[in-house]
Structures are given as structure tokens and as C-alpha cells.
Design a protein around this ligand. Sequence first.
Ligand SMILES: Nc1ncnc2c1ncn2[C@@H]1O[C@H](COP(=O)(O)OP(=O)(O)OP(=O)(O)O)[C@@H](O)[C@H]1O
Ligand SMILES: [Mg+2]
Length: 391
Amino acid sequence: MKTRTVLFVDDEIQILNVLKRLLRVEPYQAFFAESGQEALSILEKETIHVIVTDLGMPKMDGLTLLKQVQERYPDIIRLVISARDDRDSILNAINKGNVYGYIVKPWNNMELRLILRQAIDHFNLQQERRDLLKKLEEHNRLLEKRVEDRTKQLLAIEKQAEIGKHASHIVHNLNSPLHAIRGGLDLAHLELSDENPDLKEAVNYLHMIQSSTSDLEKIIAGILTHLRDKTLFKTEQIDINEIIKRELEFFKLNPIYKHQIEKKIDLSDNLPGIQGNPIHIKQIIDNLLKNAIDAMEHSQEKRLAVETCLEDKAVLIRISDTGEGIAEEDLPKIYSPHFTTKPIGKGTGLGLASVKAMVDAYSGDIQVESKKGKGTTLIVRIPIERPIFQD
Ligand SMILES: Nc1ncnc2c1ncn2[C@@H]1O[C@H](COP(=O)(O)OP(=O)(O)OP(=O)(O)O)[C@@H](O)[C@H]1O
Ligand SMILES: [Mg+2]
């Protein structure tokens, strides 16, 4: 089976007949047309790989035909067969880059066969090249798709890792309002089971439960927003004193705090509001107060001092206790995640690590002064004018 085809176009029928005889045994199928029009109609029906045309023909000349072939069938290899006196036209055709080669009449049979076989080889090479390009394009498309899929996977993994990195802080911060809710529920239950329940007190506990529940919601919402985009975390004008008062109120649920600890609260009247998220400030204060109260559990003297003041365009929060204090060698470790001297189940060691992370987010700082057996003071400084989450 001859898979390749050559179309000869010449208005001289004798020439076509000679070609017909001459090329019968060649490894391609030959088609013959006596005019440009006939050639075009053959091209419509047959798949032609090489076209060889005479130049001077009535109606449609060879160059016009080749131009149309080039436009409609760009893959076809084009050749000219023409008499020597057509030299200028042949040169013209070649210069325009429109033809692969030319055959001069009268031709040498050997040369004619050779150039036609070369044209077929040329077509085969072009075809191979096109196939390779197609495969390459397909390959590229697959590769791009793979890169895209992989990138998506990596981004998802990164996001998970980011969440994982914060998970311990998150759990820790969720724990305190949760404990408060449980404590509030127990106390409300206790109060209401009494023969003469103090309804006012019970309502207070319900308020605490309500506010801690909304804290939980806010923390969860905040974390989600924070993970997606730090700048989306909602901020508002915060009255730090107000938050401290509420938190202290809340610690009354702790009987040691309520009945044994002597409290000295000194909140500055001229404290400016700061821009931020109240949940952060609450968590900072809550963690520091909890540590101070825990530290005094077994100490003789139980005195807690909470103080706020304005200093150098920053709000200072100072929380002092007369608790067990921190050993000098432990001082550099207290902000490390998981450092705790508390028994298993009591402390996670994440409190101060998360306080430090939050204070950092406000471009603030935290200092500690402590003496073993004497007590501890923690001072948090939050600048009034600073964008939150400035890196
Ligand atoms: N006011 C304080 N007095 C004495 N030691 C303190 C005080 N604050 C912190 N520490 C020491 O620093 C350690 C780390 O505190 P941090 O708040 O990070 O964790 P924790 O209190 O042990 O656990 P959690 O906060 O989860 O309850 C504490 O275990 C304790 O040894
Ligand atoms: Mg703590």
C-alpha cells in the first residue's frame, strides 16, 4: 500500500502521460490534474502530501495555485516543474519561500525520481516533527497540570502545618473560658439548689457563663480569621482597665482568690484606650492572674497587686504576687512553650508562651522580676500607637 501521494499539475496532457508511465513503480501514489481548478478539486477529495505544478497555465497559473495550496494545506510540500525559459518565475517562487524545489523541463528521469523521493522524505520529516511537537505540548500540559496540583497540595500541607503550629496555643486559650463556663455552671447549680437561693448571685454566675461563651465564640472566630489573614482580625478600641475589672470579678470563682488573697487594685484613671482585639488582652491578663494566684496557693502571705499606668506612650500592666517565686535558672525558660513547674494535669506551660506571642503581636514587651520564695512581678508594656501584627 502506497501511503504517500503526489499530485502533478500540467496543462500539457502528453507531459502528464509521460509522468504517469515513468512513476508507476515509485513508492507513492500519483494523481494528475490538467489545470489549477482540477488540482484544487482533487485536493478537496484526496489527502495529498506533495504537489508538483507547471507554472504557465491558462486560467490559473502555477504560482496562484501554489499560493492557495499554501494557505489551505500548509503541510503539503510544493514543487515547480517548468521549462528553462520560465527561469525568472521559478526564481521568484523560490525566493518567496513558497516552494521546496523545482524540476526543469526537459527533465532527467533519475533526477526527477530523486527530487520527488526527497520531497516525500521531507514531508515525512515534517510530519514527525509535528507529531513530536504535539507530544511535547501534551507532555507540557500534563507537566503544568501536575505542578499546579502539587502546588495546591503543598499549600494545603503548609496551611495544616501552620494550624498545627498554633494548635497548642489555641487549645490553651480555649481552655480558660471553658473552665469558667464549667465553674459558673457548678456555682449556679449550687446556689439554686440551696433552700434559700440568692437569685442575684445566681444571675451573676449566668452572666459569667454567658460572657465566657461569647469569649469562646470570639476566640474561635478570631483564630480562623487570623490563620487566613492576619490583617483581617477585627480590632476595636479597648479599655484595658475595664477588662481587668471583669477578669478579677471572674476570679472570684476561685475560693483561694475570693477568701484568702489580699487584693490591691490600682488602675490608672487616665489610661488611653488601645486599638486591638479584646480577646488578646483578656487572655494576657487572665494568664498572668492565674499564674499569680497559683503561685500563692501554699505561701504564707497572699497578696496580689494589679496596677495599670501610662508610661512613654505605652500602657503598662503590672501584676505582682507574694507567691513561691521563680528560680533564677528558670527565668529564661518561662516563655518557652511547655515549660511548667506545675504537676501534670495542672499546667500546660503554654500560658506565658501565648502571652508572649500576643504581646509581640502588639509590638509590646514583657518583663519579669522574681525572687524564689518572695514573689513575682510581671510587667506587660503595650505601645498605644502601633499597628497590630506588625512583623
Ligand atoms: N507568678 C508566677 N510565680 C511563680 N512562678 C511563675 C509565675 N508565672 C509563671 N511562673 C512559672 O513559669 C512557668 C510557666 O508558666 P506558664 O503560664 O507558661 O505555664 P503554667 O502556668 O505552668 O501552665 P498553664 O499556664 O497552662 O496553666 C510556671 O509553671 C511557673 O513555674
Ligand atoms: Mg500559666
